[in-house]
Design a protein around this ligand. Sequence first.
Ligand code: M7G
Length: 330
Amino acid sequence: MADVATKRELSSAETEAASREAKRAKVDDKNGEEGGDEAEWENVLSTFTASRVLSDSAREKIMFLHGKIADDDAVVVLEKTPIREDSLAELFRGSKLRLEMKNDIYSSYRLQAPPHLNEIKTTVVCPATEKHVKKYQRQESFLVEETGEDYRAVTLPYVQEQSLSLQWVYNILEKKAEADRIVYDDPDPELGFVLLPDLKWDQKQVDDLYLIAIARQKDIKSLRDLSSEHLPLLQNIFQKGKEAVLQRYKLPASKLRVYLHYQPSYYHLHVHFTKLGYDAPGCGVERAHLLSDVIQNLQSDPQFYRSRTLYFPLRADDGLLGRFKEAGRL
Ligand code: M7G
């Protein structure tokens, strides 16, 4: 954790500098030679003023910022992207190098890559709710033990009151957003799902492949709602999802980690498909449930996820943690 800064307020000087940078970025974009079409390079962040760093990691080269775009709260995530093998020749040919130090057989340089090989993946949530801000804020976590009864008495009422909006999910299912990104679409209302790249994946390399399969059925909130009647749906997502990934990305099932989160952030059934070996956020044992295990558990006990005690981490400021404390369950 040494490389992870705790949340801090930005000084006004930093805020001004960020704002100046954003303005300069806009100018640079206008002058930019990359990507051709000017409209594609519109800078929605030109007026973003960052007020604080929610979390950051030098090792992961990622920073989560809270600030404002006009009068709206916004969360902006900046992430340096991996170096791609297929761009190496261009990187070496087209970069400028400045020597920093040389000693015997050792030398180090600052390399300035061509702009299009040096992009920062940027995610914007605007207007962001307080829940979004909390989601991205680094926090201490606590492991919660949830019985089936706890789910019905504590978690379910909280989820019904407090969940994040599912509008983005419905937009995908109704092809009102991201339609051009869909990798596979099974339109069956019962068994169907849409498979597409996750918001977290820039699709530049398969090393960090991250897709989500969103079920067409709207009434399954999470793992807890699943029973054996959903086996055909889960098997369909598993089978056709794996086939689609093989066809599009040439990755066999043996290279995939296919799982559900409990608790999820969004309470509409979806399945994560990530590349095995990629340390995707939330793929740890305390949150990820392999789809193959879920299927087997439901085959051996149709009510497995309604009765079993499930364990998951909650962050210190999560309202659900407060509810577990109030109920004397922590
Ligand atoms: P989750 O298990 O509910 O929560 O997964 P998590 O975000 O804590 O992992 C929801 C998944 O949907 C995550 O992997 C998100 O990155 C992804 N996601 C969220 N949004 C708002 C979008 C979106 O608008 N488009 C796409 N393609 N993916 C999204």
